[in-house]
Design a protein around this ligand. Structure first.
Ligand code: GLY
Length: 311
């Protein structure tokens, strides 16, 4: 019965709300939502919510998912446009539908039907200005004049910029009843091809939770963690008896084996069934990765640095 909350770097905007909810005896699922919602509307945050980096045509297509580690029920939305809190829409997918994942127009239709809080379809400032500047820097004026009614494939290649590709918010929570839950929300890869889903809405890739063993969530280049089923792998390694740290290291070894010359970065966040944490980062800027943690016995949440693994 050790209440615990771990959030990723962008989670600093929501850890206080999450910790307060946990201390007020909220369920792990409610705490995940409480910790992620503030990040989705934090004006400073460029990788989550409607203020996050848009896709190639200037739309904020948002991804989110949530998982109940006690029942293994989960809900996800992908490429959701025009709603402020994808994490809450994902929660409602889990609670109201016989489905796990809704995308695009169907996700937006569902969000409208449940009365989710709307927002603008285009991305907000200053991310919009960043996108316009990127277009001006990379796309010749004659092509820009016809944008977005041009072939987008060549421009998608140019967007593999690790500075804008990182981000995403993760919350892993263990409540007083020993229930574990995980959640994630993101705008995904900056200037991605429209319709691109990263790992965040894919249960087993971006997040996983099983109250018997622990939970995991990934930030960074989702194209790689989808291929390796990374979040599920971490929890499975713990089921097989590895410590949370060794489980993260094994999952990262899987990433390394899959992609020897990967340009971006991935951070794996995990807690075990007792709430012990580990956050391990690999790739570009791994030494700058921070995370936030509170567990019973601590007077306040702490900022910590990720363990860095060599690629
Ligand atoms: N990990 C977030 C993404 O790839 O979209």
């Amino acid at each position: 019965m050790t209440r615990t909350i771990l959030v990723s770097s962008e989670g600093k905007y929501g850890i206080t709300d999450g910790m307060n909810a946990l201390c007020a005896s909220a369920s792990a699922l409610d705490v995940v939502e409480a910790a992620i919602r503030p990040v989705e509307v934090a004006p400073e945050c460029r990788s989550v919510g409607l203020g996050g980096w848009p896709n190639l045509i200037g739309e904020a297509e948002l991804d989110a998912s949530i998982m109940d580690g006690t029942t293994l029920h989960s809900g996800s939305v992908g490429a959701l446009v025009g709603y402020k809190h994808p994490i809450s829409v994902a929660r409602q997918v889990m609670e109201r539908l016989p489905h796990v994942l809704l995308v695009g127009a169907g996700a937006a239709r569902f969000a409208a039907e449940i009365g989710a809080e709307p927002g603008p379809a285009g991305t907000e400032e200053p991310a919009r200005r960043g996108w316009e500047a990127w277009l001006a820097d990379h796309v010749p004026p004659d092509v820009r004049a016809r944008w977005p009614d041009v072939p987008l494939i060549p421009w998608a290649r140019l967007t593999a910029d690790p500075e804008t590709a990182k981000g995403t918010t993760i919350a892993l929570v263990k409540d007083a009843a020993d229930r574990i839950a995980s959640g994630v929300s993101t705008c995904g890869w900056a200037y991605k091809y429209p319709g691109r889903l990263g790992d965040s809405p894919i249960i087993g890739a971006g997040i996983y939770a099983d109250s018997r063993y622990g939970a995991a969530g990934c930030t960074g280049m989702g194209e790689l963690t989808i291929r390796c089923g990374t979040a599920r792998a971490v929890v499975l390694y713990m089921k097989l008896g590895l410590s949370v740290e060794t489980a993260c290291r094994e999952a990262i070894a899987d990433l390394r084996a899959a992609e020897r010359r990967f340009r971006g970065g991935v951070t794996v966040h995990a807690i075990d069934a007792a709430g012990h944490p580990c956050v391990m980062a690999i790739g570009r800027a791994a030494d700058t990765v921070r995370w936030y943690y509170w567990t019973e016995g601590m007077t306040a949440w702490e900022e910590r640095q990720a363990v860095v693994e060599a690629w």
